[in-house]
Design a protein around this ligand. Structure first.
Ligand code: FA5
Length: 335
């Protein structure tokens, strides 16, 4: 305890107060620490500097001047230490909010092509290797390309309004990609070797294997001397490329107005027990050649139309076509 009235110990205590206060401000790491130090040393009510000021009254008059001068110096030093501490913690808060360019970045979540788009790309790739170019046609079609030129007579059940999406007079949403066969042959002379991939529309009841909108890949090859053997070879090679060496395919006699003879193409693989229909195919009917101005005495050709959803589903083990259209990312992420 300093004896009241003695200058030297009072000055020493002022020095000590300054030392401690400056250290407290210098070590304050946050705005709260700085505030706590301010209250302890510079607080108006019970701050240590305030107590040191009170001390002045207890000193003899001749000591007051020296004490007062030292006191003012300590006060200035403490205020400077407070200012320095404040601006230091503020700078740090700004730096905490700033971007640290040395940290690893946040990788953006990349999407990928839809499984059906991937299938379409792969089909274009495989048939491309067999020499087939890609052709396109409109989804809103006229009745001539969807039916007439394909040798489908006016009374044929395939034209039933209950089985098609008719639009205005003479137009409809195409029900098959075979329309593109006609468009290609109308626009170029033989030889032809094309595939066409696109959406087709039918008011079918939706279930695990049927949708009212789905995709087909159409193939057409026309030249002198094209045979059914070529058709079978191309489809067999395609099935092996897309589904694997162990796939088996079979051809079942069938009927389409635009091919003669016509077949359904089924596939079976991975030791499966059930044959699944891929699509229809056959040798282009002479009446179709006549409708587009080709000479059926000179050229022959084959055509096929396969369902892309079913190919994609078989390839990936998808058991419900609706999954392909629900756009649930948890499902799509798997492909
Ligand atoms: C046709 O569409 C003929 N144009 C195929 C063809 C082309 C034959 C060239 C001869 C020459 P089909 O209606 O069978 O044929 O349909 C072909 C394939 O489309 C079917 O095997 C099936 O895989 C798919 N498909 C048919 N309807 C649906 C549907 N509602 N939902 C999903 N896929 C379907």
């Amino acid at each position: 305890m300093t004896p009241t009235g003695s200058l030297e110990p009072a000055l020493l205590e002022l020095d000590e107060l300054q030392d401690r206060a400056v250290r407290a401000f210098a070590s304050a790491g946050s705005p709260d620490d700085v505030e706590a130090a301010r209250v302890e040393y510079l607080g108006q009510k019970q701050g240590r500097l305030k107590s040191a000021q009170e001390r002045l009254k207890t000193l003899p008059n001749e000591a007051k001047k020296a004490y007062g001068q030292r006191f003012n110096g300590v006060k200035q030093a403490l205020e400077a230490a407070l200012d320095a501490a404040r601006s230091r913690v503020e700078r740090r808060a700004v730096a905490d909010d700033a971007i640290d360019v040395t940290l690893p970045g946040t990788a953006p979540r990349l999407g990928h092509r839809h499984p059906l788009a991937q299938t379409a790309d792969e089909l274009i790739d495989i048939f491309g290797r067999f020499g087939f170019a890609v052709a396109r046609g409109p989804e809103v079609e006229d009745v001539r390309h969807n039916f007439d030129a394909l040798n489908i007579p006016p009374v044929h059940p395939a034209r039933d309004p209950l089985d098609n999406f008719y639009l205005s007079e003479g137009t409809m949403l195409r029900s098959q990609t075979s329309t593109i066969q006609i468009r290609v042959m109308e626009s170029q002379p033989p030889p032809v070797r094309v595939i066409a991939i696109g959406r087709v529309y039918r008011p079918d009841t939706v279930d695990a294997t049927h949708s009212f909108m789905f995709h087909q890949v159409e193939g057409l090859m026309v030249d002198e001397g094209v045979t059914m053997g070529d058709l079978k070879t191309v489809l067999r090679l395609f099935a092996r490329s897309y589904l694997g060496e162990d796939v088996q395919i079979r051809f079942r006699p069938s009927f389409f107005p635009f091919t003669e003879p016509s077949v359904e193409v089924d596939m079976l693989w991975h030791g499966g027990r059930r044959w699944v229909e891929m699509g229809g195919a056959g040798m282009v009917d002479p009446n179709v050649f006549k409708a587009v101005g080709y000479d059926p005495e000179r050229v022959t050709g084959f055509a096929f139309g396969l369902g892309i959803e079913r190919l994609c589903m078989r390839r990936h083990g998808i058991d419900d076509i609706r999954l392909l259209y629900q756009n649930d990312v948890r499902f799509l992420d798997q492909f």
